[in-house]
Every structure is written in structure tokens, then in C-alpha cells.
Write a protein that binds this ligand. Structure first.
Ligand code: FAD
Length: 413
């Protein structure tokens, strides 16, 4: 597995090294020594603030924030590739920590593209200077997220969260669930229907909502099976009045969200790869030291075959990610298909890599304090985040065959 740095720029290599040192020195030791913390039912007590502070210190928290507002400068031509490199390294240490941080990058990219200047001037410096400032992106509601991903552009599929302009405020009512960082973010991007009956792409608006807005209620932390160091949240809006100037995009918010979704798929696949790399590295070490049948495990051919499969799958994911992230960075016409392919392929293949890892660890593989079962749980979550595997397949076909693939709802043309 020596190809990890192939094609990286000097800047990316340096950032990767810095991030790897942070993960090896701070993150992995914490996770291994404090495995019980994952199961603490007071979400704010799971990951210590010092880890976010350290991430902040080395500049990886603020990657996507414009330099003029205190963000970390990176080559804009290869921004998505850099996201891929750093999110893999972070998730190699912990998937939940990676989730926490990448949401800041993803939402910052969105804000850079759609937020009016006065909102950027107001919020970016605050995000940049506070190590515990997290961001969240609220699309999903109790009734089906898949409709938003396709999207089903029919009135029946509209978001139930509604926003109405009353005087100089947008008043929002509704509920969002499964939101990454939803439990502890300080700033939320919220999507709501503003034109009922117009269809999702023509009647959905987005808003920037500070956590302390009256009417914003953090209902609970959604307790997940994996990625547990990121606090996923359910949020209710009860007559929440948002100043008119906090509108991001009126009515066509979903058509402008590609700038968030496409890098998002690459980041998702890269985090997934990081979890797979952790599983591979731990397993490689184990099978070269643990003895059964009078020899170390790797000398048993069945074990060697599984190890080869793990390495091959991870190399394939990496190769696909290189291609897909270059396409997203270049805004190529094939970017939509490739980023969905990378996300889909990574989620299915890394899950299998983690299954092999568990199998090769025998009984130790299912022991909580050994930390291998955590990787399987973490990898399982990727099958459901950012669109399910089946929905990703629909999106790939739609991107490849835009004129003939189904519209999935409403009248076929
Ligand atoms: C850990 C985690 C973090 C998340 N973070 C965020 C976040 O930050 N922000 C956010 O907005 N959302 C977030 N989500 C939500 C996520 O995007 C959705 O869970 C995901 O898209 C699936 O939507 P759903 O759960 O509503 O399932 P549904 O849409 O109800 O789907 C249920 C099943 O039906 C299938 N299905 C649905 N429609 C069709 C169809 N037309 N044809 C065939 N099969 C279909 C799906 O593939 C799936 O198998 C997160 C989810 C998780 C698990």
C-alpha cells in the first residue's frame, strides 16, 4: 500500500503528514484508551474539547474558509483533492471526529458560493477563530430524505418544513432529523418550502440560522451505531423567526446545492477509505504477529487471500477517488457520475474490508475494547449517509443517461 502519496502536490503531502501526526499522537491514543466514551449518553462528554483545539491549531478545521476571513490557505485548483486527503487521514483516527470537521468544510464551501457578502463577513471570522464552532446542514426530515437526493420534483415530495415571510422575518416551522453536528453546531443551514406546490427544485429556500435563534429547539441526539464521536441531532423549529437578510437562496436552493453535494460525496468516500485503511493496518499488524497452527496467521493461505482482497479493494477505492476528485475540482461534465460512483463503491467495498478485518481477528474482532468491531460499525453508517446505496445508483444512471433514465416520480416524459 505504497501509492498513498502518488500524484499529491507538495502542499498536500505536507498537510497529510501534519494531519497524520495529529491522528497518531492525539486521536488514536485517545480512541484506543477511552473506548467506553463512545457509549456515554451525555453526548457533550464524548470527545474532549482538546482534540478539536489541536485540530484547530494545525489548521485543518478551517480548510474551506476564505483566507481573508482567517481560513487556511490551500490551492483552490485542488481543493477537493485536499479535502479527500485530509478526511481520509482524520477518519483513519476516528470517523466521528472526521464527520465533525468535514461538515465545517462542506458548509463553508456552500456559504462561499451562496451566502451574500454581509453574511460571510459576519460569520466566517467567528467560525475561523473558535475551535469549538461546528456547522450543520439540515435537509432531512422524518419523512424520507431520498426524495431530496434524486430529487423527486413533484409537490407531494416537498419538504414539510415551511418558511413564510412575515414583515422583515422569515418564520420557520418544522423538524429536521439525522443532522450531522445537529446536536452541537453553532450555525445551521436550514432548507424549507417557500412555494408549496411548485416542486422541490422551484419551491425550496435555504436560510442561515444561528443556534440561539428563539424557536430553535435541539430535540435530541440521534444515537447512531457508528461514527459516535460526531453528535447527530434532531432539531425542531417552532415559529422560529429568522431575519430577512439571513436568506441564502430563495426558491431554487436545491439547484444551487451541487457545490455542497459533489465535494461532499468525495469527502464521504475518503472518510470511508480512512476507516478501511485503519482496518487494514490493524489487521496487517495482527496477522504478522498472532500465531495459530504453529505459524503467524499471514502464513496461512486463506488468511493471505483475505488480506490481498482487503488491499485490492482499498487500492481500487483510492484510484477511483483520485479520478473523481480531479473531475470535481475541474468541474468536468462527468463529475456528477464519478463522485456518486466513488461514494457508492467506497461504502460497499470498505464495509467488506472491515468484515474481513473482524474475521481475521477471531474473537478479539468482536470485543469492544479491541476496537475492530468499531470499524465495522463506523463503516456500516456510510451505507446510509449522504444518500443510500440504491439512491446513489439512481443518480449515477441519471447522470450517465439524462434523457432516458427514469424521473422516479410523477409523469414519465
Ligand atoms: C450518520 C448520518 C448522518 C447524516 N447527516 C445528515 C446531515 O448532515 N444532513 C441531512 O440533511 N441529512 C443527513 N443524514 C440523512 C441521510 O442523508 C439520509 O438518512 C439518507 O439520505 C436516507 O434517507 P432516509 O433515512 O430518509 O431514508 P428513506 O429515504 O426513507 O429510504 C428508505 C429506504 O428506501 C429506499 N428508497 C427511497 N426512495 C426510493 C426510491 N425512489 N426507489 C427505490 N428505493 C428507494 C432507500 O434506498 C432506503 O433503502 C444523515 C444520515 C446518517 C445516517
Amino acid at each position: 500500500m505504497h501509492s498513498i502519496e502518488r500524484g499529491l502536490s507538495e502542499e498536500q503531502k505536507m498537510m497529510r503528514e501534519t494531519c497524520r501526526a495529529f491522528v497518531d499522537d492525539f486521536v488514536t491514543p485517545f480512541i484506543r484508551q477511552n473506548w467506553q466514551r463512545e457509549w456515554v449518553m451525555t453526548p457533550e462528554d464524548r470527545l474532549p474539547r482538546s482534540i478539536l483545539e489541536q485540530a484547530h491549531k494545525i489548521g485543518i478545521r478551517t480548510l474551506a474558509i476564505p483566507e481573508e476571513f482567517g481560513g487556511t490557505a490551500i490551492d483552490p485548483k485542488e481543493e477537493v483533492r485536499t479535502f479527500a486527503v485530509i478526511s481520509e487521514e482524520l477518519a483513519r483516527g476516528d470517523s466521528g471526529l472526521a464527520d465533525k470537521l468535514v461538515q465545517i468544510w462542506k458548509v463553508s464551501v456552500l456559504l462561499r458560493n451562496v451566502a451574500p457578502r454581509h453574511l460571510q463577513e459576519r460569520w466566517f471570522p467567528r467560525i475561523a477563530e473558535d475551535p469549538s464552532f461546528l456547522l450543520a446542514h439540515c435537509l432531512t426530515e422524518p419523512r424520507g430524505a431520498s426524495d431530496r437526493w434524486l430529487p423527486y420534483d413533484v409537490p407531494e415530495a416537498m419538504m414539510h418544513t415551511r418558511a413564510e415571510l412575515r414583515g422583515d422575518k422569515w418564520v420557520i416551522n418544522g423538524r429536521k432529523q439525522f443532522i450531522s453536528n445537529g446536536y452541537d453546531a453553532k450555525l445551521y443551514v436550514v432548507y424549507a418550502t417557500t412555494k408549496p406546490g411548485a416542486g422541490m427544485t422551484k419551491g425550496t429556500s435555504s436560510f442561515l440560522v444561528p443556534r440561539d435563534t428563539p424557536g430553535l429547539v435541539i430535540q435530541r441526539c440521534n444515537e447512531t451505531m457508528g461514527g459516535r464521536f460526531m453528535n447527530n441531532g434532531e432539531i425542531v423549529f417552532e415559529d422560529m423567526a429568522v431575519p430577512k437578510d439571513h436568506l441564502l437562496v430563495q426558491d431554487t436552493a436545491l439547484t444551487k446545492a451541487g457545490v455542497y453535494f459533489r465535494p461532499g460525496k468525495i469527502i464521504q468516500a475518503s472518510k470511508n477509505l480512512g476507516v478501511g485503511m485503519a482496518a487494514f493496518e490493524r489487521t496487517a499488524e495482527y496477522v504478522q504477529n498472532y500465531v495459530q497452527g504453529g505459524r503467524i496467521l499471514i502464513k496461512h493461505q486463506a488468511v493471505a487471500c483475505r488480506l490481498a482482497e482487503m488491499a485490492t479493494k482499498l487500492s481500487a477505492v483510492r484510484a477511483m477517488l483520485r479520478e473523481a476528485s480531479a473531475a470535481v475540482d475541474a468541474k468536468s461534465p462527468d463529475a456528477e457520475a464519478l463522485c456518486n460512483m466513488a461514494k457508492l463503491f467506497a461504502s460497499e467495498e470498505v464495509f467488506k474490508v472491515c468484515q474481513h478485518a473482524m474475521e481475521l481477528h477471531g474473537g478479539n474482532g468482536v470485543m469492544l475494547d479491541f476496537g475492530i468491531e468499531k470499524l465495522l460499525r463506523d463503516s456500516a453508517v456510510f451505507l446510509h449517509m449522504d444518500g443510500t446505496t440504491d439512491i446513489s445508483k439512481f443518480k449515477i444512471v441519471k447522470a450517465l443517461f439524462p434523457d432516458t433514465a427514469g424521473v422516479y416520480a410523477g409523469q414519465e416524459k
